[in-house]
Design a protein around this ligand. Sequence first.
Ligand code: ADP
Ligand code: MG
Length: 468
Amino acid sequence: MTHSSLAIATQNNEFDESFMHEWTCILANLSQKFGDATFKSWVEPLCPVSFNSGTLVLSIPTRFMRDWVKSNYLNDITSVAREINPKIFAVDIIVNQEAKSSFRNINEEKKAQEENKKKESPLGSLEDISAPLDIRYTFDDFVVGKTNELAYAAALRVAEAEAVTFNPLFLYGGVGLGKTHLMHAIAWHIKKTHPNRKVLYLTAEKFMYQFIRALRFKDTMAFKDQFRSVDVLMIDDVQFISGKDSTQEEFFHTFNALVDTNHQVIISADKSPSDLEGMEDRLKSRLGWGLVADIHPTTYELRLGILQAKSEQLQQPVPDVVIEFLAHRITSNVRELEGALNRIVAHSTLVGREITLELTQDVLRDLIRANDRRITVEEVQKKVAEHFNIRMTDMHSAKRSRSIARPRQVAMYLCKILTGKSLPELGRQFGGRDHTTVMHAIKKIEELIETDISISEDVELLRRMMQS
Ligand code: ADP
Ligand code: MG
C-alpha cells in the first residue's frame, strides 16, 4: 500500500455505522436504477473515502473508470446520494487503486487484487466475456401466451435449427417481458445440444465496454478476432449503443462479418429496428433483415399462467383468489409480477402466516398503488370518443343509435376495468344513467369480446393505449 492510500484508509474511519448503512441504501438504489450490468461494472467498484463540507469523495481503481463514471453516471449517483442523505451536496470521484481494500479483510483484498490484475489485462477468454446464464431462464420455464408466442416460436426455431435460417433474429418488447429469458433459453439449448458450438451472450453495454477496453490497450485486432470466431453471437439490449457512434460502427462490422459467413446473430432491443433512435440507418436496416419478433404487454390470461407456474416452482400453494388478484392488479410486466409473488411467499414464510388476500394487499400496498396509475373516467371517455369518431358529449347523451351506443358501452366497460369506480358512480358520469344500464353495457361488451373480433381488438387496443 502506498503512503497516500494509507492516509485514505485512515480517513475511512470517519465513516460510522449509520453512514455505512446509508451507503448501502445508496448502492441498492443505484443498482435498481442502473440495472445489474452497469451497476457491477461501474458502481460496485466505488468506495467512500471522505465526506467533508457536503462533498462525498469516492474512489475507483483506474483513471479510465473514473472518467467514464464521471461523464456517464455522476449526476445520477449524486441525486440518489442526496435523496438518501440531504447533507450530501456533491459527489467527487478520485482514482485510488487500493482504497477499496481498506474496507475488506485480507482474503477479500487478495481476491480484489487478482480481479484488478485481470481487469488490467486486455481481453479475457470467451467465458470471461460471455455473461453468466441464469439457470432458470429455459424454454421449459417460459410460459407461452398470445402476446409472446411469436417470439417464443422464433427463439425455439433458431435454437433447434441445424443450419442458419433467420439471420439475425431480432427480439423486441418492453422491459420485463421476457427478452433476456428467451435469449438465455436459446443459449442453454444450443449448449446442451451442440456443446462444441461457441455461443457468446452479452449485453450491448458489455460489448461496448470490451470494445473501449480493446481500444485502450490498442488491441482491437484481438477484439475483432474474438467476436468473429463465435458460432452464435447474442447481444442483449442493443438500444444501449444508440448514439454511441464508434461502438456502433464496430458492432456493425462484427455483425456483418458474422452474418456474411452464415453465423447466427441474435439481438434484443426495447424497440423495433426501425424505431431505434440514434442508430445509423444502415445498421437499422440490416437489423431488420432476418426475422423480427415482438413481445407484447401481457394479458390477464398470461399473467395467470405465469403466476400458476411460478407458485408451483416455489412449491408454495397460493390460493386462486390471490393469484387472480395479482394478475388483475400487477399489470406492468412479468418481472414485477414475479417480484410480487416472491415477496408474498417470503413474507408468509417469515412471519408464519398463511397466504391470504388480506396478507397480499397488506404486503403489496406500495406496489399496487404504483400499478394503479389513476385513469379517470373523462380520460377513458375522451379516448374512446376519439377512437370511434364520435363527440365527447355523446358519452352523456341519450342517443341510442348503435354507432353511438356501442362506443359508449365500450367506454363504460373500460371505465369499469380501468378506473375502479362503482357502477352507480359510473352511471352518474355517463349522463346520469342507472347502474343497471352500466351493468348491462359491461355484460354486452364482455359477450362481444368473445364473439366479435373487431370489438375485441378495439377494446384491447384502447386498454393498452390507456395503460401504457
Ligand atoms: P426483459 O429482458 O424483456 O426485460 P426478462 O427476460 O428479464 O425481461 O424477464 C423478466 C422476468 O420475468 C424474468 O425473471 C423472467 O424469467 C420472467 N418472465 C418473463 N416472461 C416470462 C414468461 N413468459 N414465462 C415465465 N417467466 C417469464
Ligand atoms: Mg433484459
